[in-house]
Design a protein around this ligand. Structure first.
Ligand SMILES: Cc1cc2nc3c(=O)[nH]c(=O)nc-3n(C[C@H](O)[C@H](O)[C@H](O)COP(=O)(O)OP(=O)(O)OC[C@H]3O[C@@H](n4cnc5c(N)ncnc54)[C@H](O)[C@@H]3O)c2cc1C
Length: 140
């Protein structure tokens, strides 16, 4: 996450990135209903690059990704705030892609749901939770 004292002179608010340690960047303050005026960008490093650096220091990772961000956006790096977070289990790498949307044990009436059942985004989590709730409501 990077914050800047002024708006960056950049023609886009978000990008899927290829051939870079970063896989995705977004101007956070451009998202709908955000009331924060600060120019703030969030970037996610790609999974393979991250997996190879799990033991690296937070500051070293932040500096390296900030440098990559600067190359992508084409600005000199002068963030007034810079931080990195190691989100070790952020994205299910192999979702189950279940036809049923969730796992459910009919004998015990216990269900398991989450994004990992269908994908790796919040839509998958919602659909999976809805599937589990539907199964529970069917119990007589
Ligand atoms: C940094 C980041 C950015 C993201 N951005 C986006 C985005 O822009 N758009 C998008 O669609 N998706 C995004 N996602 C993905 C999205 O957040 C997930 O797909 C979604 O939150 C998954 O929902 P879930 O309910 O399956 O799991 P979670 O949201 O992980 O919820 C699981 C819950 O279970 C709790 N829990 C875990 N273990 C236990 C236990 N033993 N006992 C009790 N409780 C427990 C946890 O505390 C947590 O509250 C992002 C994820 C991350 C990490």
């Amino acid at each position: 996450m990077l914050a800047f004292p002024e708006r960056l002179d950049c023609s886009f608010d978000g990008a899927v990135v290829q051939n870079s340690p970063l896989s995705w960047i977004a101007r956070n303050n451009s998202k709908a209903s955000r009331i924060v005026a600060t120019e703030c960008w969030v970037g996610q490093a790609n999974a393979e690059w991250s997996a190879n650096r799990l033991d690296a220091s937070r500051d070293a990772i932040a500096a390296e990704l900030a440098h990559e961000f600067g190359k992508l956006v084409g600005v000199a790096m002068n963030p007034e705030y810079l931080s990195a977070h190691r989100w070790k289990y952020a994205i299910p790498s192999t979702p189950l892609d279940l036809d049923t949307g969730c796992l459910f044990d009919d004998a015990l009436n216990i269900g398991l749901c989450g994004d990992w059942c269908l994908g790796n985004r919040v839509e998958a989590a919602w659909l999976s939770g809805t599937a589990a709730a539907t199964r529970l409501l069917e119990i007589r």
